[in-house]
Design a protein around this ligand. Structure first.
Ligand code: FAD
Length: 591
């Protein structure tokens, strides 16, 4: 009998695991995918080897890449970009760590308070979450991003929009700024040379500007795992959870089992209340099933797999909100072409942002070549000049929205990536019940019926559509202001990489799955601690910091409610995940 079982070692699960092992609890962390214990042997900088969603080392699937990836059904033009493995989807992420906008929380009284998704606010105030933001920001740690040429070009455009520079972590209004990100700042030789012999730890620390954030961060060469630059959870929270006995006075290490797919959450009736008692997990390698019991179960399998596991376990769904309200920031992609060098493929993927509450935000994004080609083709508006699917919006960009072909495409790429600047349009989208996860009617896989992701993307709410159009215009103005010769709008189909709120907490029992402690309304001792617990799309900011702040708060609630513990976030100083005691212990463990 365990104290706590955590399902999923992605963005959220390891946070709960790390916080609770530090308090001496016996925590089992079950991860469906692989553990890349030796990235320098297992990873490459070849895009297809890393990112191919069927066969790449970053995919949704088991360790054995000769076996097929796990299938999900999505019947509309879209792409669901989630990974399995220790680190989950944070293995791909860019580490941008803005806080949610205050306007999405209960009690917000700003002049624009009616402009947000007011029916789906967080059931507590922004100030309630601030100590947890600060805790994660100190732990990860979150720092001001290292910048380069592409950020200079982006800021040149921002300056023409008449907005102020933001200087606080709380976004109070339209403004622009360097990202606050979970990537260690360059130190020593890092950022000063491209000579790889000089970019070796400890002569180089933090980000070496290699430009391969996407393929998994394994630099600086020679650094201990907990000091790799990008703070995906495989480099930050998981090493801490594995070594808690060395850095926490009462700590004990987490037990981490990978290739362990949880197929059922067990419950029983206790004192008239349905209560979680444990899980069954399946070993991907042997096919054997194992049962484990626990005082508390925490689901952190992500926005698509949590609803699937819930429904496959036959857990109650009385208001039919399990899987509903899947928000995705209804992204769009704008490209500017320039005469001068934009530095797009170099350095940290995205180090500059513009926030425009309550509409959303913009960030510059540098991608490696194959992903850049993918990003310019995922259009809902067809091929420019050929057909528009009834969309092909016009505005301050060149011609109708859509993907490019022929001479226009050749002209765009002729100067190479160094002549382009791409801007991600991030929309504050509404929680919409019809954007959802259900069980697919397609054949089940070895872990049970598979999930189906449905998007009513052509019929978004009027507010979501307005927000996206507003931000796309701002992106075009920014690119023109920065000096772009041509500006193209792709009109992306739903690209599910910021995904939130499919098992949302909320003020109303009628439209939420979780209460304000992130405990399931219908199942005691069952908590959710990842993006799916978020109440809404946060106003547009990238979700992981808010998810991890909430997961920290949830860990504290679990400790207080079921283990008689005291809260700690306001009374203790966080230990940073780069703690040298962690490196030493990892080396002893051969990790
Ligand atoms: C290209 C890209 C860039 C991004 N950049 C940013 C960024 O800059 N900033 C930001 O904030 N966010 C970013 N994100 C989003 C970020 O990755 C997510 O917010 C974060 O990973 C979500 O964490 P999660 O725990 O909800 O889900 P995940 O990270 O997807 O983790 C879920 C884990 O649970 C496991 N799992 C699922 N079901 C089971 C089961 N039944 N049994 C056992 N294990 C299970 C999965 O294998 C997975 O490892 C980016 C995403 C992508 C794809």
């Amino acid at each position: 009998m365990r104290d706590v079982i955590v399902i999923g070692a992605g963005g959220g699960g390891p946070v709960v695991a790390k916080e609770l092992v530090a308090k001496g609890l016996d925590v089992l962390l079950l991860e469906a995918g692989p553990r890349h214990a030796n990235p320098r042997q297992e990873w490459t900088t070849f895009e297809n080897d890393a990112n191919n969603p069927l066969t790449g080392y970053f995919r949704l699937g088991r360790t054995d890449r000769s076996k097929p990836a796990w299938f999900r059904e999505w019947s509309q033009n879209s792409f669901v970009w989630q990974l399995s493995g220790v680190g989950g989807t944070t293995q791909h992420f860019y580490g941008n760590y803005p806080r949610a906008y205050p306007g999405v929380f209960r009690g917000y009284d700003g002049a624009d308070r009616g402009e947000y998704d007011v029916d789906h606010r967080f059931p507590f105030s922004y100030s309630e979450l601030v100590p947890y933001f600060e805790w994660v920001e100190a732990t990860a740690p979150v720092q001001t991003a290292a910048m380069g040429t592409k950020e200079q070009v982006f800021f040149r455009g921002c300056e023409t929009l008449g907005l102020p520079v933001q200087t606080t972590k709380t976004t109070r209004g339209p403004s622009y700024r360097p990202q606050e990100n979970a990537i260690l700042q360059p130190g020593g030789n890092a950022g000063k040379t491209t000579d790889k012999d000089l970019l070796v730890h400890p002569a180089a620390t933090g980000c070496t500007f290699c430009g391969y954030c996407f393929q998994g961060c394994m630099r600086p060469i020679g650094a201990p795992r907990n000091q790799f630059a990008k703070r995906s959870t495989d480099n930050s929270y998981v090493p801490m959870a594995l070594t808690a006995e060395v850095w926490a006075p009462d700590g004990r290490p987490v037990e981490l089992i990978t290739d362990a797919y949880v197929t059922e959450v067990h419950t029983e009736s206790r004192d008239g209340a349905l209560t979680a008692t444990g899980v069954t997990w399946r070993d991907n390698v042997s096919g054997d099933s194992h049962r484990e019991d626990a005082t508390v179960v925490v689901m952190a399998g992500g926005c698509t797999e949590n609803p699937r596991l819930w429904l496959n376990s036959g857990l109650p769904n009385p208001n039919d909100w399990v899987g509903r309200g899947y928000t995705d920031h209804f992204f769009d992609w704008m490209i500017g072409s320039f005469d001068d060098d934009t530095g797009t493929p170099k350095g940290v993927g995205s180090s500059a942002r513009l926030d425009f509450p309550p509409y959303g935000g913009l960030e510059n994004v540098g991608l490696p070549p194959a992903l850049n080609a993918f990003a310019t083709t995922l259009s809902d508006s067809g091929i420019r000049g050929q057909y528009t699917n009834g969309r092909g919006m016009t505005g301050p960009w060149d011609g109708p929205a859509g993907r490019l072909m022929g001479p226009e495409l050749k002209e765009l790429v002729a100067g190479g990536l160094d002549r382009l600047l791409s801007v991600l349009v991030i929309t504050d989208d509404d929680v919409e019940p019809d954007n959802r996860v259900t069980l697919s009617a397609l054949p089940a896989d070895e872990n049970g019926p598979i999930p189906k992701v449905s998007f009513q993307h052509r019929e978004r709410t009027a507010r979501t559509t307005r927000n996206r159009e507003f931000m796309a215009r701002k992106a075009a103005e920014l690119l023109r202001g920065a000096g772009a010769k041509k500006v193209y709008r792709i009109d992306w189909a739903p690209l599910i990489l910021h995904v939130q709120s499919s098992m949302r907490m909320g003020e109303s029992e009628a439209t939420s799955v979780l209460d304000s402690n992130a405990e399931a309304r219908g199942v005691r001792r069952l908590f959710i601690a990842d993006n799916s617990a978020l109440a809404n799309g946060l106003g547009g900011p990238n979700p992981t910091l808010t998810s991890q702040a909430l997961a920290t708060r949830t860990a504290e609630k679990i400790f207080q409610r079921y283990f008689g513990g005291d809260p700690w976030v306001r009374s203790e100083a966080p230990v940073v995940s780069t703690d040298p005691r962690v490196s030493v212990r990892l080396a002893q463990l051969g990790l």
